[in-house]
Design a protein around this ligand. Structure first.
Ligand code: ADP
Ligand code: 5GP
Length: 236
């Protein structure tokens, strides 16, 4: 499974990613993007980002090495290398993307049902501004650019699978955990049921069309079952 976390800058995406990685060690791995922006504070090459030059980034574009990339802010490129996805999938871990809204929706289109796309929303633009100023690692000019972009990004929130409002941090973390665990559980049920059904059907004397119809009906029953689960399990 793939988890896509998107939010306007300053909403608390990095805080959420850190929470997932620390609370479930070995289960999730962050996809490290390449960027042409300079490292901030204690950021290190290969940890927060692959910090590369504009020339190197453009060479990767020419080689079609990116699954997606954006000029997130004027003159600053950010992109996900295909090799990064392979690296995490080969390690058998769930990939977590911390990516801008446009890039996140592009990835959702590519991965479809394999991905859970979550929008982390700030409680308000005023609070977003407070958090960006409070972080103290971005120039005033960049903060204003991020706030202007945030208003546009908020309009895309309904296109995500789920929205988590990051007001009270503990509550937001808990909501995110439940949401992800529920989706993993849902996928596991689907996979097990499919295996069980095929195993049963392969040992029967049904025709191909009968098999198809039986599978369709079975899938519909599973979907109904999952949709009718109590909200407390779904964490909503
Ligand atoms: P992003 O990765 O989306 O840019 P960060 O995770 O860096 O955002 O969070 C921005 C700032 O807001 C950080 O200083 C972080 O500690 C703070 N923050 C995150 N979530 C909350 C919250 N629920 N309440 C108050 N401050 C928060
Ligand atoms: P920052 O400069 O604050 O680290 O990140 C700026 C924005 O770029 C954030 O919204 C972040 O999620 C986004 N971003 C980081 N990596 C990628 C990426 O690979 N692709 C895209 N489209 N956006 C990214």
């Amino acid at each position: 499974m793939i988890i896509i976390l998107c939010a306007p800058s300053g909403s608390g995406k990095s805080t959420m990613v850190k929470h997932l990685l620390e609370t479930y060690p070995g289960q999730y791995e962050l996809s490290i993007s390449a960027t042409t922006r300079a490292p901030r504070g204690q950021e290190q090459h290969g940890k927060e980002y692959y910090f590369i030059s504009r020339e190197e980034f453009e060479q990767h574009i020419a080689n079609q090495d990116f699954i997606e990339y954006e000029q997130v802010y004027e003159g600053l490129y950010y992109g996900t290398l295909k090799s990064e996805i392979e690296r995490i999938q080969n390690a058998g871990r769930t990939i977590v993307f911390d990516i801008d809204v446009k890039g996140g929706l592009n990835l959702k289109r590519i991965f479809g049902d394999e991905a859970l796309a979550i929008f982390i929303a700030p409680p308000s633009v005023e609070e977003l501004s407070r958090r960006l100023h409070g972080r103290g690692d971005t120039s005033e000019d960049m903060i204003q650019k991020r706030l202007a972009k945030a208003e546009i990004e908020m309009a895309d929130a309904p296109y995500f699978d789920k929205i988590v409002v990051n007001d009270d941090l503990a509550k937001a973390k808990n909501e995110l955990d439940k949401l992800i665990q529920f989706t993993i559980w849902q996928c596991t049920i689907y996979n097990w049921c499919t295996i069980l059904l095929f195993d049963n059907l392969l040992h029967s004397n049904m025709t191909k069309d009968e098999l198809k119809e039986r599978f369709r009906q079975f899938s519909l029953r599973i979907i109904k079952l999952v949709n009718n689960m109590p909200n407390t399990i779904a964490g909503n």
